[in-house]
Design a protein around this ligand. Structure first.
Ligand code: TTP
Ligand code: MG
Length: 379
């Protein structure tokens, strides 16, 4: 489903040297979603041209194509096309009635898998989502591994293939997810922008519809390379707002981000990424003590009192969990906090997958005006 992050045509954009280069974003899109579900549930449809739409269209001549299998696409059948036209292009096409509830259920299971990584996530339609993976991977090689992991999870648990695009901006990630469909991964690294956009038809840029594309083509601009060598000022001169937008897309300067809920809750935490093996309990415990001390020392230094201990664990398959435990009162007591932390985290250290990240912290923290008096001193 075509749906774009907001903020495409930002007229107040001024060029500067900053790009989103430090960000690594993913766009995940299920391949021929409704059709893939139907094929999964009825293997007789496999390999056949198929559309999901009004099954009585041969008689009633009504309805539009919701989606089509890749075999049907070879005949020119596309989403949104009148059914009657699809039947004309491919008379033998199989037609399956849509089962919206089923698609919604499967979609939410796929999205639950994405949510389980606890990363900034923006679900933009029934079959696509953006994920900011910058905090989980340092480089594009790891992002690629992570994408393979996500794909295999979705395949194993839901039987579906997805395509994943990875790039410095959300827009580039989205374009990339369409590039190696189906069942593909495409990385666009910041230093590969020119190569990537050079041969990309401009219609592949989200927001450039058929009409704009025809207008661009009429003026001789069909591919990225036709516009790539213009400066920002030149391209504006040439194409106004559309030029501004295309320039920003091709130079990784679109600024839309995944809106994260910044609940203003104050917290302190420290985390560390490492390469752990299954069963390395002593190694993990050292990390736990170290991270606890770092967070605890910050708590003390700021003279904060906390109500809640939080832990975060990332397993080697990138599955990430967070757990927290609240205490009855606000405290700054090292032993109490340490014990709670260890009890909370211990069960996960034995996990068969092995760990790649541990985080430890405190939330619900506040300054306590009256000096804290340990209970024992009353006796
Ligand atoms: P898309 O992701 O656009 O298409 P797709 O998943 O079918 O194919 P692709 O492999 O290119 O990603 O849309 C997702 C689902 O949304 C699609 O399976 C059916 C539904 N849909 C409609 O109902 N009407 C439409 O016009 C479009 C484009 C999609
Ligand atoms: Mg799709």
């Amino acid at each position: 489903m075509m749906s774009f992050p907001s903020g495409y045509f930002e007229e107040d954009y001024k060029p500067n040297n900053s790009t989103q280069e430090s960000k690594i974003n993913m766009h995940i899109d299920i391949d021929m979603f409704y059709a893939q579900v139907e094929i999964l549930l009825n293997s007789e449809l496999k390999g056949k041209p198929l559309v999901v739409g009004n099954p009585r269209a041969r008689i009633t001549k009504r309805g539009v194509v919701l989606t089509s299998s890749y075999e049907a696409r070879k005949f020119g059948v596309k989403s949104g096309m009148p059914m009657i036209e699809a039947i004309k292009l491919c008379p033998q096409v199989e037609i399956v009635k849509p089962r919206y509830n089923l698609y919604r259920q499967i979609s939410s299971k796929v999205m639950d898998i994405l949510k389980s990584y606890n990363l900034p996530l923006k679900i933009t339609s029934i079959d696509e989502a953006y994920m900011d993976v910058s905090s989980i991977v340092d480089n594009y090689d790891d992002a690629n591994k992570f994408a393979i992991e996500i794909k295999s999870k979705i395949k194993t648990s839901e039987g579906l293939t997805v395509s994943i695009g990875i790039g410095p901006t959300l827009t580039i990630a989205k374009i990339a997810s369409d590039y190696n469909k189906p069942d593909g991964i495409k990385l666009v690294k910041p230093n590969e922008l020119d190569a990537f956009f050079s041969d990309l038809p401009l219609i592949k840029i989200p927001g450039i519809g058929k009409k704009s594309y025809e207008r661009l083509k009429a003026r001789g601009y069909s591919y990225g390379k036709d516009l790539m060598n213009y400066s920002y000022d030149e391209i504006i001169q040439l194409l106004g707002n559309t030029g501004n937008y295309i320039y920003r897309v091709m130079h990784a300067k679109t600024t839309n981000t995944i809106g994260v809920n910044h609940g203003k809750r104050k917290s302190i935490s420290n985390e560390s990424t490492f390469i752990g093996k299954p069963g390395d309990i002593n190694y993990y415990m050292q990390k736990v003590y170290y991270l606890f001390d770092r967070s605890f020392n910050r708590l003390l230094k700021g003279n904060w009192y906390t109500h809640t201990v939080n832990i975060k664990i990332r397993f080697n398959d990138f599955k990430t969990i967070t757990r927290s435990k609240s205490i009855d009162a606000f405290t700054q007591d090292r032993d109490i906090l340490r014990e709670i932390t260890i009890n909370l985290i211990k069960p996960y250290l034995k996990d068969k997958r092995g760990l790649r990240l541990i985080g430890i912290g405190f939330s619900n923290i506040k300054h306590v005006k009256n000096k804290y008096v340990p209970l024992e001193e009353f006796f």
